[in-house]
Design a protein around this ligand. Structure first.
Ligand SMILES: CC(C)(COP(=O)(O)OP(=O)(O)OC[C@H]1O[C@@H](n2cnc3c(N)ncnc32)[C@H](O)[C@@H]1OP(=O)(O)O)[C@@H](O)C(=O)NCCC(=O)NCCS
Length: 157
């Protein structure tokens, strides 16, 4: 398993990870209407490309295939955190989370935050995050509840 920074050209593979994570894994905790609104099959390619180039995530490769990705922004906010639906519970998320913590230490961050899905909440809890607020954002007309979670880091990560 290798973790590297995002490269131009990764966009389509990241969409496959996002799509399968939501359609195969998050679908256990969400209605089909929520799944469709969260990850539409026909999601605008330009919109997606701008989005993933904007967050500049870390990317996990396994045997040459991209199987996960996650970002951490300069203020400690984690925007995306997804592991391929074909590779669940294999420790890929844990490796990515460790890499985000290394980056947080490099950036001297004092906290990590994220709007975490119901599916990912147990995983973020295992990694030391706590729920600060339950939220009910609407995406493409459908409400998809999440939790704003935070983890305080020791000074300097
Ligand atoms: C949440 C997610 C990133 C976890 O990735 P993963 O590679 O499967 O996680 P790991 O294998 O590293 O799991 C590490 C530990 O976290 C916990 N964990 C992970 N997924 C869990 C789940 N669904 N329920 C309960 N605990 C979970 C477990 O303690 C697990 O250890 P174990 O498998 O030995 O019991 C992945 O399931 C995912 O992408 N989910 C769907 C999309 C999503 O909601 N993304 C987040 C948006 S904020």
């Amino acid at each position: 398993m290798e973790i590297r920074r995002f490269r131009l050209g990764d966009e389509a593979a990241l969409f496959r990870v996002y799509f399968t994570a939501i359609h195969r894994v998050a679908s256990r905790d969400h209605s089909s209407q929520q799944v469709e609104a969260w990850a539409p099959k026909d999601l605008d390619v330009d919109l997606w490309t701008r989005r993933v180039r904007g967050i500049r995530p870390f990317v996990v490769e396994l045997g040459g295939e991209i199987v996960g990705y996650a970002d951490v922004q300069q203020n400690g906010y984690i925007d995306h955190f997804f592991v391929s639906g074909a590779h669940p519970r294999q420790g890929i998320g844990a490796r990515l989370m460790a890499r985000l913590h290394e980056e947080a230490a490099t950036l001297n961050l004092t906290e990590l935050t994220s709007d975490v899905s119901l599916t990912a909440e147990p995983f973020f809890t295992v990694h030391g995050f706590q729920v600060l607020e339950r939220r009910y954002p609407t995406l493409r007309g459908v409400t998809i509840p999440n939790a704003f979670m935070r983890k305080a880091l020791a000074q300097g990560g």
